[in-house]
Ligand binder design. Structure first.
Ligand code: SAM
Length: 235
């Protein structure tokens, strides 16, 4: 099994407890990050929305926020599609959201026509994509010119100080134990802090997006820089 297959297999294993663990570990703070991502994007993209595609959709929560925030602001979405290679995660999503559409696929091969999507999001997913450069090229292929890629992710930071010590302690000591306990899969929740350490800084992420043909329009770090939102427009 290669590295990417192992990651997907890990998500298959934790899928039944993913939502529960996420609720406890994030203490609900991610809700405001998700809503902000949707609102900032809708404010920027004023055209009709034919298609929003959520890559690494997991159990479907980000799709639900796209819908809820659109309803709040009176925007209509032609079609909302979730894409994820994990059958386990998508299985849970289908039970939660029977009216949403999903497809089992990898970020590097999205079963959509060129220039068909208005908005493409990936929340806490891009860090798991081994062939990231390929995925960014694929995002550029399926997005319309002027469309937006919206990334929410835990990014690495090099800051020091007491607050960052607290954050490190939570991410490296508390989270793996608590996540491991809830999911009965310690390895999966050790993977989380390690995958963040191995991931990019926000600047590096923007530079990779630029190489793939996107211009960053909005960057915001939330909650002691635990999470970063990047919104970039396809040139
Ligand atoms: C931490 S979960 C995030 C799920 C969801 N987006 C959310 O915000 O809760 C990461 C997701 O990335 C998916 N994933 C892993 N490798 C992927 C890849 N190569 N392409 C697309 N999705 C991938 C996993 O199956 C998993 O559902």
């Amino acid at each position: 099994m290669d590295k990417q297959q192992k990651i997907v297999e890990m998500f298959n294993n934790i899928a039944p407890t993913y939502d529960k663990a996420n609720r406890v570990l994030s203490m609900g703070i991610d809700i405001q990050w998700r809503k902000r991502a949707c609102d900032e994007t809708y404010n920027r993209y004023r055209k009709n929305i034919d298609l929003i595609v959520d890559i690494a959709c997991g159990t479907g929560d980000m799709m639900d926020y796209w819908k809820k925030q659109a309803n709040k602001s009176g925007r209509k979405i032609g079609k909302l599609l979730g894409v994820d290679p994990s059958e386990g995660m998508v299985g849970v999503a289908k039970e939660k959201f029977p009216n949403f559409e999903f497809v089992i696929s990898d970020a590097t091969s999205i079963p959509l026509e060129c220039e068909s999507a208005d908005i493409l999001s990936i929340s806490y997913g891009i860090r798991n994509v081994v062939q990231r450069t390929e995925a960014f090229k694929e995002f550029a292929r399926v997005l319309k010119t002027g469309g937006y890629v919206v990334i929410l992710e835990f990014t690495k930071d090099d800051k020091k100080g007491l607050l960052f010590g607290v954050k490190d302690f939570y991410m490296n000591k508390v989270l793996p134990k608590l996540g491991g306990f809830i999911s009965k899969n310690k390895e999966a929740y050790e993977y989380l802090p390690n995958s963040i350490e191995g991931f990019l800084t926000s600047d590096m992420l923007q530079s990779e997006l630029d190489d793939a043909g996107f211009t960053t329009e909005f960057v915001k770090s939330f909650s002691m820089d635990i999470s970063t939102l990047v919104i970039a427009k396809k040139r």
